[in-house]
Design a protein around this ligand. Structure first.
Ligand SMILES: Cc1cc2nc3c(=O)[nH]c(=O)nc-3n(C[C@H](O)[C@H](O)[C@H](O)COP(=O)(O)O)c2cc1C
Length: 186
């Protein structure tokens, strides 16, 4: 069987982002389970703010993201929680992808995770992300949820996630998503 293709991106645009660091773990895990992974940095891509007047044709940066999304079977998204929801940067990217979403999103799978510096571990943000992606007909396993709390204490000076429980739950989520998504696709 062909390898699953995964597109990984962080909802945090910040350079020294905890979510970018957690995303690295999910990317390595996806590769371990045989996926081909492409990563895109939304800060580098610098998408314009979504505006329906700019859709015909899509701006060049949007085309790059949409082409990558079309290529992928699965998205891997690590996002912070901003004001009890997802980051504006992530919502903006999804809004661009949601146009003609049968090309970019529909029927694909998603692995979602998040790190916060507080106690919520992005619980509320992830609930919103799940709602948005499911509305666009994405497949997301109900459990496990990767909610990394107190992020400042879970990474070492080199940016490596050191919390064994979080590493194990990322592994379980990626494996379960890949297993179930592969079955759906067969
Ligand atoms: C604009 C803004 C809003 C935030 N809102 C929340 C929030 O609602 N819940 C939460 O747990 N943390 C919140 N935080 C704190 C984030 O958890 C923290 O900044 C974390 O480092 C974000 O992840 P990142 O390092 O990947 O950007 C907020 C931070 C910012 C900058």
């Amino acid at each position: 069987m062909e390898a699953l293709k995964a597109l990984a991106f962080s909802g945090s645009l910040k350079k020294d982002s905890f979510n970018k660091k957690a995303l690295k773990v999910a990317v390595e895990t996806a590769k371990k389970y045989g996926a081909e992974v492409k990563e895109v940095d939304l800060a580098e891509l610098n998408l314009p703010i979504y505006n329906q007047d700019l859709e015909n044709p899509f701006p060049e940066q949007v085309k790059i993201l949409r082409n990558m999304a079309e290529w992928a079977d699965v998205f891997i998204i690590s996002s912070p929680e901003h004001n009890h929801s997802i980051s504006a940067g992530l919502k903006n990217a999804i809004d661009w992808l949601s146009r003609k979403h049968d090309e970019t999103i529909k029927g694909k799978g998603a692995v979602i995770l998040g790190v916060s510096t507080g106690n919520s571990g992005t619980l509320r943000g992830q609930a919103h992300l799940r709602q948005i992606l499911e509305a666009l007909d994405m497949f997301i396993v109900p459990q496990p949820e990767v909610l990394i709390t107190n992020g400042a204490q879970k990474f070492d000076d080199k940016g490596n996630l050191t919390d064994e429980k979080s590493i194990a739950i990322i592994d379980a989520l990626v494996k379960k998503t890949f297993d179930q998504f592969t079955k759906i696709k067969q």
